[in-house]
Ligand binder design. Structure first.
Ligand code: RUB
Length: 314
């Protein structure tokens, strides 16, 4: 298998060839591990400096999914107590492999827990393409529950196409709808399941643009909304007041430049994510169990276990 360099991985994350918060995190961990293995540096400061450069390059690719800086932080912690470049290399590889393993297990555990919230006969709505949200749906189907799914298109990047392919491959009866049709079908839905790019200390969930509209519609119709997410998508720095940056992508994802150029008074806005407040969310299912969104602080303190003093470093 050809190893991917850090700039290659960074480019693939930027262009969204690698996308989805969990996959981005694992790809970053893999890139750091492979970089550590290929580095020639034999002295510790040189090795650390090279690794920090690589970490910065990866973190700078997309600003919203907290899984990315969290994964990089976890992997780079391997450098902490190393005395030699060789120690550091081994520790970093161990951390990266550990993270990738934990991440894959988390997806499986969440599928188990999440599937318990899906009843036989349920119709589920999902938005975007989340491996953990789909994991719950596919696990419920695997357990023999008779379910049906509504999947949105997800303008402008059409992640819904990946979702319907996965659901179809699993043999799940699926309805494909444009994003704006959610309200028209909400009364047919028993449960909304989405993933997350970030969960803040006040239990707000940052996910694909349109998620908050789906959540608002579900709340109005009294349909439960469940978020499936690994604990490493919770955002520790929101404890000290940092906000999640919402990525705004290029206008040409929304409107062809040939058309946009004929419209001098029109500005295309293309935020990739939005924020759903805690009061629109019934449950967050993590690998550590299900919590109400208001308990996000506990996950940040107990499961990410980071020292508050550490966040305050510039
Ligand atoms: C992906 C997206 C997904 C979350 C969770 O956005 O919003 O819902 O990342 O995904 P994009 P997962 O396509 O812009 O990366 O559960 O797979 O981590």
């Amino acid at each position: 298998m050809k190893l991917m360099s850090v700039p290659e991985t960074a480019e693939k994350i930027k262009s969204m060839e690698i996308r989805g918060a969990g996959r981005i995190a694992r790809a970053a961990a893999e890139a750091l591990r492979d970089h550590a293995l290929s580095l020639k540096a034999t002295n510790l400061p040189g090795f650390v400096a090279e690794m920090e450069k690589a970490a910065d390059m990866l973190v700078a690719t997309r600003p919203t999914a907290v899984s990315l800086p969290n994964a990089v932080h976890i992997v780079m912690a391997g450098l902490g107590e190393a005395r030699t470049a060789e120690d550091a290399r081994l520790a970093l590889v161990r951390k990266a492999d550990g993270f990738i393993d934990t991440s894959r297990h988390a997806v499986e555990k969440i599928a188990q827990f999440g599937a318990r919230h899906i009843r036989d006969g349920d119709t589920i709505l999902t938005h975007c393409n989340s491996e953990v949200a789909l994991g719950c749906i596919i696990e419920a189907h695997r357990q023999g529950k008779e379910i049906e799914v509504f999947a949105t298109e997800v303008r402008p990047r059409n992640q819904g196409h990946i979702t319907i392919r996965t659901l179809d491959d699993a043999g799940i009866k699926t309805n494909f709808i444009v994003d704006s049709a959610v309200r028209s079908f909400i009364n047919d839905i028993d449960l909304v399941i989405v993933g997350a790019d970030a969960v803040t200390v006040n239990g707000a969930v940052v996910n694909k643009i349109g998620t908050s509209m789906v959540a608002h519609t579900a709340k109005e119709a009294r349909v439960n909304m469940m978020v499936a997410t690994e604990t490493y998508k919770f955002a520790p720095r929101t404890v000290i007041g940092e906000l999640i940056r919402i990525e705004e992508r290029t206008p040409d994802e929304v409107l062809l430049p040939a058309i946009a150029n004929t419209l001098p008074h029109v500005t295309v806005r293309n935020p990739a994510f939005d924020v759903t407040p805690a009061e629109y969310i019934d449950l967050i299912v993590t690998e550590a169990g299900a919590i109400p969104p208001q308990m996000a602080y506990v996950i940040i303190r107990e499961y990410l276990g980071w020292d508050i003093a550490e966040f305050q470093k510039p």
